[in-house]
Design a protein around this ligand. Structure first.
Ligand SMILES: [Zn+2]
Length: 178
C-alpha cells in the first residue's frame, strides 16, 4: 500500500490560501502546520488502508503482483485505501472485487498494522472467496494463488504483507465489527 507523506509539500492554507508554517503548539506534540494568516491548523491524519487475505476453495491464498510503486513487481494481498465515510468492511469487499475479481465473505480480523513515522494504518481481514473468477486490474501485473509452502516471502511488497500473512497462517482470528 502506498505510503507517501506529503507533509513537506503542503505550503498553503486550505481555508484562506495564506502560507503554512511549521510550529510547535504544545510541548511533546509534533510540530503542526499553522496558517500565518487565519491560524488554521492543518492536522496530518493517518491514512487508513484495508487488505484482505482471501482463501480459495482449496485453501490457496490470493496474491497480486504490483504494477505500481511503492513495491513495484512485488506480491501483496488485495487491498487499498478506505474512502472517507466508507465502512472498512465495505472497502475490503470492494477492493477484493476490483483487484481480484472475487466476491468474498469476511471471516474475521487478522490484525491492525502501523509503523512509526509512516502514515498508513493497515487493517487486515481474513476472507473466503464465494464467487467470481480471478482477474487483476491495471494496478497489478499478475494474480495467482499460493499454497502456504509457496508464499514468496522474499518478494512480498511491505512489512505489513509479511506480518499479516504470518499472523493469518498462525490461525488466530478476531471477531470483526460490521
Ligand atoms: Zn489560513
Amino acid at each position: 500500500m502506498p505510503s507517501h507523506d506529503h507533509a513537506a509539500s503542503y505550503r498553503f492554507c486550505p481555508v484562506c490560501g495564506d502560507r503554512l508554517e511549521s510550529r510547535l503548539l504544545k510541548a511533546g506534540d509534533p510540530e503542526r502546520l499553522v496558517c500565518v494568516g487565519c491560524r488554521y491548523v492543518l492536522y496530518l491524519d493517518p491514512k487508513v488502508a484495508v487488505g484482505t487475505i482471501i482463501a480459495m476453495e482449496d485453501d490457496r491464498i490470493v496474491l497480486v503482483r504490483r504494477a505500481i510503486n511503492p513495491g513495484y513487481g512485488r506480491w501483496v494481498f488485495p487491498g487499498g485505501y478506505v474512502d472517507r465515510g466508507e465502512m472498512v468492511s465495505v472497502a475490503a469487499v470492494r477492493e477484493a472485487r476490483e483487484e481480484a475479481g472475487l466476491e468474498i465473505r469476511l471471516d474475521g480480523l487478522v490484525s491492525i498494522y502501523s509503523y512509526a513515522g509512516r502514515p498508513p494504518i493497515i487493517i487486515v481481514y481474513a476472507a473466503t472467496a464465494t464467487a467470481g473468477d480471478l482477474a487483476h486490474d491495471d494496478e497489478s501485473l499478475e494474480i495467482r494463488t499460493f499454497s502456504e509452502a509457496e508464499i514468496p516471502w522474499d518478494e512480498l511488497a511491505f512489512s505489513s504483507t509479511r506480518e499479516a500473512l504470518r499472523d493469518y497462517l498462525a490461525g488466530v482470528l478476531h471477531p470483526h465489527c460490521r
